[in-house]
Design a protein around this ligand. Structure first.
Ligand code: PMP
Length: 355
């Protein structure tokens, strides 16, 4: 059995893969594959309705928010957010916590002024800046909730009266959130929601229509809302598999149950990193992510040796991102505690043979 610690696309539950594969051959006893049915068929309408309902239920999305399934990844949201929310000549405030935050603010700069309220670039993004001031005259405040590359996570909503835009690509559905704290939430699906190819957007309806910009249709949230995410052909299969995964999440007991499991998994792994003299965590302890656990060793030679052991033990995808080095264990919802324990066992074994 492989233990998949990949950062994304990543592990999803085995039963989701099973159901997804069956539907490719015969979808709901229709005698047709999910890949060949019309997105306008009543069968697919039932899928997208259920997916929408599951998002609404699992995150307790209040009235006044729309749920969209779009294409273009979280990366397209880096541009869509400013295009829809930032008036010509307007200003937006961004928190810089790494590559994804930087990419987001670079897009916004194409459409207005960006005020970077704080950055943790001075320590290679190993912490979340605190105590920064957010200007009151900006159109919105943007931040990245979980920094997939650096293993840092923002758990509390930053204090501001501005509309808040948040990239939750790598921690959506991993912990309870109060959607009403946010005005625009976006997340590429390929971590905790489903396969790559679809992006979840949860947007507060009344923040839209104020930028005064003429937008290409495909970049206009309002048109996607009006069309029920079917302004054009949606990514049918990615939405279907996401729906299966959200069903799985609900059957597990919902986000609060997963959050407890994620806390236990993360604690076990961080405890071993802190205990084992050969390994060192890279993220500031108070900002440690529950989804992506980053750690290093003293020398590249030792790291290469541990990677080889990991491979032998079927621990897949733990090589760190090149900008941090070392290791990154992504421990998303579908990764069981037994896989985390298999990694911990390998770390202990490595200690026994190297000290
Ligand atoms: N934001 C975060 C936090 C991410 O982790 C990623 C991808 N790993 C992205 C944005 C970019 O997502 P996409 O590839 O879906 O555009």
């Amino acid at each position: 059995m492989k233990h998949n610690f990949g950062a994304g696309p990543c592990i999803l539950p085995k039963e989701v893969f099973q159901q997804a594969s069956e539907a490719v051959i015969d979808f709901n006893n229709t005698g047709l594959s999910i890949l060949e049915i019309s997105h306008r068929s009543k069968e697919f309408e039932a899928v997208i309705d259920e997916a929408t309902q599951l998002v609404r239920e699992l995150l307790s999305v209040p009235q006044g928010y729309s749920i969209l399934f779009l294409q273009g990844g979280a990366s397209l949201q880096f541009a869509m957010a400013p295009l829809n929310l930032l008036p010509e000549g307007g200003k937006a405030a961004y928190l810089d916590t790494g590559v994804w935050a930087t990419k987001a603010l670079k897009e916004a700069k194409k459409f207005g002024t960006v005020d970077v309220v704080a950055s943790s670039i001075d320590k290679n993004y190993s912490y979340i800046p605190k105590g920064y001031a957010i200007p009151t005259d900006a159109a919105y405040f943007h931040y990245t909730a979980n920094n997939t590359i650096y293993g840092t996570e923002v758990f509390d909503k930053p204090e501001t009266a501005l509309p808040v835009v948040v990239d939750m690509s790598s921690d959506i559905f991993s912990r309870e959130i109060n959607v009403a704290d946010y005005d625009l939430i976006y997340a590429g699906a390929q971590k905790n929601m489903g396969p790559a190819g679809v992006t979840l957007v949860i947007v507060k309806d009344d923040i839209l229509g104020k930028s005064g910009r003429v937008l290409p249709s495909m970049l206009d949230y309002q048109l996607h809302i009006n069309g029920g995410s079917m302004y054009n052909t949606p990514p049918v299969y990615s939405i279907f598999v996401s729906m299966l995964n959200l069903r799985w999440l609900k059957a597990k007991g919902g986000v609060s149950v997963l959050e407890q499991e994620n806390i236990i998994k993360a604690r076990a792994l961080y405890d071993e990193i802190d205990r084992n003299p050969l390994f060192k965590g890279t993220a500031a302890v108070e900002d440690r992510s529950r989804m992506n656990v980053t750690f290093v060793m003293d020398t590249p030679e030792l790291e290469a040796e541990f990677l080889a052991l990991a491979k032998e033990r079927n621990l897949i995808g733990i090589k760190g991102h090149r900008s941090v080095g070392g290791f990154r264990a992504s421990i998303y919802n579908a990764l069981p505690l037994s896989s985390v324990n298999a990694l911990i066992d390998a770390m202990k074994e490595f200690e026994d043979t190297h000290t």
